[in-house]
Structure formats: structure tokens, C-alpha cells
Design a binder for this molecule. Structure first.
Ligand SMILES: *Cc1c(COP(=O)(O)O)cnc(C)c1O
Length: 800
């Protein structure tokens, strides 16, 4: 069925009016915007739900292999606009609402972001649902229905404050509760075991049960039959603790409810940092046990046996957060279904594939053995047995020495090492950019690479390009359609065809006009939300991403401080007016990151208060950076700051969104920046600083930041001011960290960064040259579409 043909303006208007009559209990003419929003979302959700039934029946009838994407985070953002555009009914719906005197933009604005993720990793999962649906894959995402998503950030007096993100009042309209698919999950207790008739039996006793109740969200593909389901598990207590109740402990038996429901209460707000808390481990097991149970149930209902499980199911685990799915599937096969260990292990390895997202030590998950054993006694036994057999194999078959085995095993030094478990139990291990995958083979996983080289792969990340171009940048969409047609919407590689317009003056001028319009749109938002009037003639230089030392927002800020000094020293020198835009949430417990935000805001205020400099230099700190804010920001950006220490950013995806909208990458040879450079050519990207290899060598040789501090008077002046105080505010923690430790080598790259910033200003002033560069970036960005990445997963990893 062609949905966009079926759902005309008249049909949609009737559906809206029917929904009012049956569900909203109010006449449309008396309804508030909120009620209209609810009705509109319900109509849209029902269209998605009907489409899903058809798609799912078709897949089941053809016994298609299913793909499951397990992730603790899905940073979905808004759904309404995306759904209408992907269904191709945005114009008809706009017109239907117009007849009811409702402005669709107002409706879009009422939707809260589904912020069930921290940053890049969670957004990647969301982009992949979009692409899997578009590619017609029978795919499902699994995660947790956090009642509170990523906190809302406000900046008060330059300091980040967090407020809870209670998104469900406006967001739950997208969720369809499926109580009949509820799964009981067992925590704690003890294992009884023995032998009987040559068979080993285990019995889990004295455990506490928490129910996992699924709530489904639909993600439709673009101009395709496909729909991906995101199944989100909500924790529900069994009412009260039956065993405590039976012991006569009436009051405590009731108290158990809030403790178990805490599991899905809130998203842990750490990005690239493992906290090691028991509640987080509970969340991880809750997600994985519920999802494995659901996948096994579905498989059994289709095939009646698990013998072909590995042929009919691919489970991708996004980072190690859902890696407990591995021992959980072993448990189901061994304990519930009576498989022998070897046969069960074979099924598990065929099923699982693991995506690594970081090489930084503080982000690698290692669970304390005692916590692990007490919370998950049976899973612990299985992990121990995986470890025992793996060690035996290394020793007896491969003759590894004990030293090497200790490095590679799963349980060691009172810790359960989740990355080791994920590598050992998966048939595929992939990094998320060429450089990152190379680093995995060379360093973090080199032992495993020697043992099983065939497992190691790369899939460079991709983004939902249509969300950030077609839905967010109408001006550029129109320009592209006028020049190269619209086939790029379904095949982003066709953006290449835009390249030949790089010598067309009229097209370059239109491109500049589109950027100008988008800068004005952003300026209007900034004026309305913070009262600051931006100068759309200044260059918009943007660094938006989580606040983290490795991403080096402080390198950016140090350079701005240096420019400020320079302008004070050279009041009459020519200078390209610049607007530096930051957006970044810091993990609430990450003190240094919060200091860096305060530093940026203090510098902003110093500049704003100085009549000699304001007008030439401005800093904007956008509060609460989110998917929705990124959709407004990307089209207005001109310089894309991607300045992580080489070797630390696994891929980055913000770089791709910015490139797609014509921003020029100013960055290090890190993550996907390397591949962006390969595709646009070195004349269309601004690369600076150490390579990953050079940074690793320098670290190994003993990096001493004081050398740079002593040698470079710009650094001394800036860092001394941090220590002594900027507008009365001192930043000793930042200053000392840079001078005496500098783990991400900010000082070593500072000089090169200043150089490339100057080069950027020089190039920007040649307007034609800049627009050419911008055009080449747009034309080369097709590769970084999630559709391409998902095709690679489907072909290279899932064998679809
Ligand atoms: C894309 C995106 C990110 C990832 O940005 P990086 O620069 O790759 O770290 C983080 N947060 C949001 C809201 C995003 O949309």
C-alpha cells in the first residue's frame, strides 16, 4: 500500500475528527493546542501501528532472519515530524490541520525530546532504527523505558544545574503498552544444584522478582514498507514481596515496590565513563534478561526449537552495556532448554556481534566480582565457566603462557571484564571508524586479534541524514532538488552529483543565501531564549557535544582567551568577527567538566562587558544541547570543531551532521574526521595537531606539559590567568590539570590549533572559496548516512 497516496488531506482530517470524538472527549473547536497535539500523535501512531502489522506478518511468513539491536540508550529526540516526513504525509497533514486552523509547527514544538540517551552512542542507536526501517530489515531495538531521560541543563551564573527530565506527559503518546508480553526477572537469591541421572540440575531460590513490562515505539522507514519497533522495558514491582509477607514482615513487604521500580526510574547521565554502581548493573541485567526472554519466545513461536536460533537471529550489542545478554542466553539454553554447554556456546557465538565504542580505560566496564555474584548468582556461575573454558583452551590448545592468559580472561583480580566477555562470545567485533578499528586491533584487543583475526571488522558510523537535512534544512533541500533532483533522499551517495556545481557562481550564491537564512533563524532563537542578538555576518564556529576533557572544549576556550588578549593588544588590527557557539552537558559528578563550562561562561561575560572587543568576538553557550537543538543548529553552522586528542574519539557523528549541512571540519586526525578528510580532500578540511600515532609515542616517551607551558608565552599568560582569576573567578583545577598532568595533551596541540584557526579565518574571507569548500563537503557527505552503515552491518555482520 502506498501510504502517502492513501492518506490524503481529507482522510487525515476525518481521522483527526474521529479521534476527537472517540478519545479526546472534547469538541475540536474547544480543544487546546495540547489536546490537538495528542490527537495528532494518536492518529500518526495508529498509521504506524497498522503499517507495522503488515510488515511484520510479511517477515514472519517468509521466515526472515531478525535483527535485534540492544542498547542501554536510544536518544530518539522528537517523533512527530520524523514520522510524517518518513510516511510522506507531511504536506497532507499540514493541510488537514490548516483546515482545522492549527499550525503544524506549533504542534511540533509541543513534543518533548525522548532523551533516553547521553550523546553519540544513544543517538547512533536511534539513527540505526531509522535506517533499518528504511532498508526494510526485520529489526527491533531493545532498551529501558526510563521515566527520567537525560537531565535538563540550565546554566545559572555560569554553572551547570540539572533538573529532572520528566518526559512522559508529552512523550507517552508514542508508546503502546504490551502487558501480555510482561517478563519476570530474577535478582539475588542462591543457586542449588546437583546431579541426577547423569544430568546437572540447578535451582535458583530465594530471589526477588521484578516484572519487565514492554512499551513499544514505532520508527517508520523513509519511502519504504519497513517499520522498526523500539521495545522499552518498564520495571514493575510484583505488588509486594510475597516471601517477606509470608514471613510476617508486612511493612517491608510493601516497601519492596519502590526499590524494584527504581530500576527504570532514571538514565545514568555518564558519557564514556563507567560508574560501577549496583543499580546500573541491575538495569543492565533487567534490559538483557527481558530482551532475551522476548527474543526466545518469539523464535519458539515461529520455529518450535532453538536449534536454528543462531541462523534466524542476529543480536548486536551496542558497547558492553548489554553484554549480559551473552550469559543470559547461555542460561536459557542450558537451564531452561537442556542444551549441552558446547551446543549452547555455538548458538551464542553465532548470534552475538559486539560494537566497541571506546578505547579509554575509564569507560571500559569492569564489575566488582562480589556485587556481580550477589546480584546475579547464576549468571556469575556461567561467566566463571566461560572464563574457565577459555583459559583452558588458551593453555592446552594454543599453549599461551599464564601471563598472557591473565590479560585475556574474563574474571580476574576480583573483576568481571565485560569487554573481554563480549569479544570471546561474539562472532564479530567492530569499531566505528577506520582509525578506531585499527586501534582496537593494534592495542586494546591485540591479543584477541592474534587469536581470532577473522572476528575483527569496521563499520564507520552513519547518521539519519534525512533528519538533519530534509527535515531540518528546507533551504538546502530545495537547492539540492533544483540542481540534482531528489533521488539523494533515498540514496545519499547521489549527493556526489552536487560536486559539479562547485564552479557555478549562481549555485554558490544560493548556497551562501541558504546559510545566511539559517544563521538568522538560529539568531532569532538565541535572541528569544537568552536575549543576546548575534551578528549573522560573523562566522559561526560551533563545538557541540558532551563536555569531556578528551573532546577538549578547553583547548577551544584557551584559544578564544588568546584571541581576546590579542584584540586587546591590537585594538585597530583587522579581525574577522567570530561567534563561538558551545553546547555541552557535563556528567553531574564530573567536577572538572563543570569547571570548564564555568570557564567558558566567564570568558563569555568578560568579552560581552568589554566594548573594545564585543562586536568582534562573542561566545554563546546554548543551554540543554539536545537532538532538537542540534536540528536547529547544524544548518546554521560554518565551522565544525572536532578537536579531540587523536586516538580518543572513536568516530564522532556530530562531525557528520555538520558536514552534511555544509560546515567545514576544523579538527584532528581522529575518528571519522580521517574519513571525512579522505572524502572531501585535504583542501576542503582544516586538519591540525598530532596524529594518533604521534600522541601515543609522546605519551610513551613521557609527556611533560610544563615544557609547552614554559616555552609558549601565550599558554603561560592564559593558564596563569585561569589560576589567578578571570573576572574574579579562579580556575585552579583546570590550570593545575593542564600544567602538571594534561592527560589529553591540550598544550601539545595548542600552537597547531592557533595556526589552523588563523587559516580558517583567512579562507573564510574568500567568500567564493569558502562556499566551494562547503559545497564539496555537502557533496561528499552521502557516505556518512546511516543507510550505508546499516547495509554494511547487514552484509558483513548479520549475513542478511
Ligand atoms: C550527534 C549528537 C551527539 C554526538 O556528538 P559528537 O560530536 O559526535 O560527540 C551528541 N548529542 C546529541 C544531542 C547529538 O545529536
Amino acid at each position: 500500500m502506498n501510504i502517502s497516496k492513501h492518506y490524503t488531506k481529507e482522510v487525515l482530517k476525518d481521522l483527526l475528527l474521529d479521534t476527537f470524538k472517540s478519545d479526546m472527549l472534547i469538541e475540536p473547536e474547544h480543544a487546546s493546542d495540547e489536546v490537538y497535539y495528542e490527537a495528532l500523535c494518536r492518529v500518526t501512531r495508529e498509521i504506524l501501528s497498522e503499517k507495522y502489522k503488515i510488515f511484520n506478518a510479511h517477515n514472519n511468513a517468509r521466515a526472515e532472519k531478525k535483527v535485534y539491536y540492544l542498547c542501554m540508550e536510544f536518544l530518539m529526540g522528537r517523533s512527530l515530524k520524523n514520522s510524517l516526513y518518513n510516511l510522506g504525509i507531511q504536506d497532507a497533514m499540514t493541510a488537514a490541520l490548516e483546515e482545522l486552523e492549527v499550525d503544524i509547527e506549533k504542534m511540533y514544538a509541543l513534543e518533548p525530546d525522548a532523551g533516553l540517551g547521553n550523546g553519540g552512542l544513544g543517538r547512533l542507536a536511534a539513527c540505526y532504527l531509522d535506517a533499518m526501517a528504511t532498508e526494510n530489515l526485520p529489526a527491533m531495538g531493545y532498551s529501558i523505558l526510563y521515566e527520567y531521560g537525560i537531565f535538563k541543563q540550565r546554566i545559572i551564573d555560569g554553572w551547570q544545574t540539572e533538573t529532572p527530565d520528566y518526559w512522559l506527559p508529552g512523550g507517552s503518546v508514542w508508546l503502546k503498552k504490551k502487558p501480555d508480553r510482561t517478563v519476570p526477572i530474577k535478582f539475588g537469591g542462591r543457586i542449588e544444584e546437583g546431579w541426577e541421572g547423569g544430568h546437572h540440575w540447578v535451582n535458583h531460590v530465594d530471589y526477588q522478582t521484578v516484572y519487565a513490562v514492554p512499551h513499544d515505539m514505532y520508527v517508520t522507514g523513509f519511502q519504504s514498507e519497513g517499520i522498526a519497533v523500539l521495545r522499552l522495558w518498564k520495571a514493575q514491582s510484583p505488588g509486594f514481596d510475597m516471601e517477606a509477607f509470608n514471613r510476617g514482615d508486612y511493612v517491608n513487604s510493601m516497601g519492596a515496590a519502590s526499590a524494584s521500580e527504581a530500576i527504570s526510574k532514571v538514565l545514568y547521565p555518564n558519557d564514556n565513563h563507567a560508574e560501577g554502581k549496583m543499580l546500573r548493573l541491575k538495569q543492565q541485567y533487567f534490559l538483557t534478561a527481558a530482551s532475551i526472554s522476548d527474543i526466545v519466545r518469539r523464535h519458539l513461536s515461529l520455529y518450535g526449537t532453538l536449534d536454528n536460533f543462531g541462523e534466524k537471529n542476529a543480536i548486536q550489542i551496542n558497547d558492553t552495556h548489554p553484554a549480559l545478554a551473552i550469559p543470559e542466553l547461555m542460561r536459557v539454553l542450558l537451564d531452561d532448554c537442556g542444551y549441552e554447554w558446547e551446543r549452547a556456546w555455538d548458538i551464542v557465538v553465532r548470534t552475538f556481534a559486539y560494537t566497541n565504542h571506546t578505547v579509554m580505560a575509564e569507560a571500559l566496564e569492569k564489575w566488582n566480582e562480589d556485587i556481580f555474584r550477589n546480584l546475579l548468582p547464576r549468571i556469575y556461575q556461567i561467566v566463571q565457566e566461560i572464563d574457565r573454558r577459555f583459559c583452558a583452551e588458551l593453555r592446552d590448545v594454543y599453549h599461551y603462557d599464564p601471563y598472557d592468559i591473565d590479560r585475556m580472561r574474563v574474571v580476574y583480580d576480583f573483576q568481571v571484564r565485560m569487554a573481554n566477555l563480549a569479544v570471546i562470545a561474539s562472532h564479530s567485533v567492530n569499531g566505528v571508524s577506520k582509525l578506531h578499528s585499527q586501534i582496537l586491533r593494534d592495542s586494546v584487543f591485540r591479543d584477541y586479534y592474534h587469536l581470532t583475526p577473522y572476528k575483527f571488522k569496521n563499520v564507520t558510523n552513519g547518521i539519519a541524514s534525512r533528519r538533519w537535512l530534509y527535515q531540518s534544512n528546507p533551504g538546502l533541500t530545495k537547492l539540492l532538488c533544483d540542481t540534482i533532483g531528489d533521488s539523494w533522499l533515498t540514496d545519499m551517495s547521489h549527493l556526489k552529483r552536487f560536486d559539479k556545481f562547485s564552479t557555478d557562481k549562481a549555485v554558490l550564491e544560493r548556497l551562501a543565501a541558504v546559510k545566511r537564512e539559517n544563521k538568522e533563524r538560529l539568531s532569532k532563537y538565541v535572541l528569544e531564549t537568552s536575549g543576546v542578538a548575534l551578528d549573522p555576518d560573523s562566522v559561526f564556529d560551533v563545538q557541540v557535544k558532551r563536555l569531556h576533557e578528551y573532546k577538549r572544549q578547553h583547548l577551544n576556550a584557551l584559544h578564544i582567551l588568546n584571541e581576546y588578549f590579542w584584540l586587546k593588544d591590537h585594538p585597530n588590527a583587522p579581525f574577522l568577527p567570530k561567534t563561538y557557539i558551545f553546547g555541552a552537558k557535563a556528567a553531574p559528578g564530573y567536577f572538572l567538566a563543570k569547571q570548564i563550562i564555568k570557564f567558558i561562561c566567564t570568558l563569555r561575560d568578560v568579552i560581552e562587558a568589554d566594548p573594545a572587543v564585543r562586536g568582534k568576538l562573542r561566545i554563546v553557550f546554548l543551554e540543554n544541547y539536545s537532538v532538537t537543538i542540534s536540528e536547529l543548529l547544524m544548518p546554521a553552522s560554518e565551522i565544525s570543531e572536532q578537536i579531540s586528542l587523536a586516538g580518543t574519539e572513536a568516530s564522532g557523528t556530530g562531525n557528520m551532521k555538520l558536514m552534511l549541512n555544509g560546515a567545514i571540519t576544523l579538527g584532528t586526525l581522529d575518528g571519522a574526521n580521517v574519513e571525512i578528510g579522505e572524502r572531501v580532500g585535504k583542501d576542503n578540511i582544516l586538519i591540525f595537531g598530532m596524529t594518533a600515532e604521534r600522541a601515543a609515542d609522546l605519551k610513551a616517551a613521557g609527556y611533560n606539559p610544563a615544557e609547552y607551558y614554559n616555552r609558549d608565552q601565550r599558554l603561560r599568560r592564559a593558564i596563569d590567568l585561569l589560576a589567578s582569576g578571570l573576572a574574579g573567578q579562579q580556575f585552579p583545577t583546570i590550570a593545575n590539570s593542564l600544567r602538571y598532568d594534561d592527560p589529553y595533551m591540550v598544550l601539545a596541540d595548542f600552537d597547531a590549533y592557533c595556526g589552523i584557526q588563523q587559516e580558517a579565518s583567512r579562507l573564510y574571507q574568500d567568500t567564493t572559496r569558502w562556499q566551494e569548500m562547503s559545497l564539496h563537503n555537502i557533496a561528499a557527505s552521502g557516505y556518512f548516512c546511516a543507510d550505508r552503515a546499516i547495509e554494511e552491518y547487514a552484509h558483513d555482520i548479520w549475513s542478511l
